[in-house]
Design a binder for this molecule. Structure first.
Ligand SMILES: CC(C)(COP(=O)(O)OP(=O)(O)OC[C@H]1O[C@@H](n2cnc3c(N)ncnc32)[C@H](O)[C@@H]1OP(=O)(O)O)[C@@H](O)C(=O)NCCC(=O)NCCS
Length: 131
């Protein structure tokens, strides 16, 4: 399963220098993160007390704009709520318009900026949603 996720990650993030490997996914799972994946999509999040953080989400290019990521976000939110989560956080590259649009559509709002957070020098926007 984790080697399939490694391939999926590479397809979703072709420009990232440091791509997650099968071992990285295994370590995330071991450290307590939740992972939901299908053939063309995945989402990874972690929960600490009543807060959850979406660590990554990706949909293979061939499957985009068909509501896949929105569905994953809904499943994640439902699961988080069942586990007592009150607020979901995430970070997104300020220039990643598809992702920012997705999160806004899912009800996330801006909660801050992390300057020069990414390797490419871009700022991260912190977004949150109370559930
Ligand atoms: C961001 C990403 C996960 C969206 O996945 P998706 O399955 O295509 O998203 P959905 O089909 O559920 O789209 C939901 C909404 O997001 C917005 N959206 C998605 N892709 C968009 C794009 N290319 N441009 C503008 N808005 C976009 C739209 O509002 C869309 O609703 P609509 O189709 O009714 O207009 C996908 O583009 C992806 O994997 N990108 C590369 C990885 C990445 O950047 N992950 C996020 C890291 S923080």
């Amino acid at each position: 399963m984790y080697s399939e996720l490694e391939n999926l990650y590479a397809a979703c993030f072709p420009d990232k220098k440091q791509k997650w490997t099968a071992n990285d996914f295994a370590d995330l799972k071991k450290s307590g993160c939740d992972i939901i994946a299908s053939q063309n999509s995945f989402i990874v999040w972690r929960t600490i007390a009543d807060e959850a953080e979406i660590i990554s989400i990706g949909v293979a290019p061939i499957a985009r704009r068909t509501g896949t990521a929105s569905a994953l976000m809904q499943i994640m939110e439902h699961d988080a709520k069942q586990n007592g989560v009150k607020t979901i956080f995430l970070e997104v590259d300020e220039l990643n318009i598809p992702a920012i649009s997705l999160y806004q559509k899912c009800g996330f709002t801006n909660a801050g900026i992390r300057p020069h957070y990414y390797d490419n020098g871009h700022n991260a926007i912190i977004m949150k949603k109370d559930i």
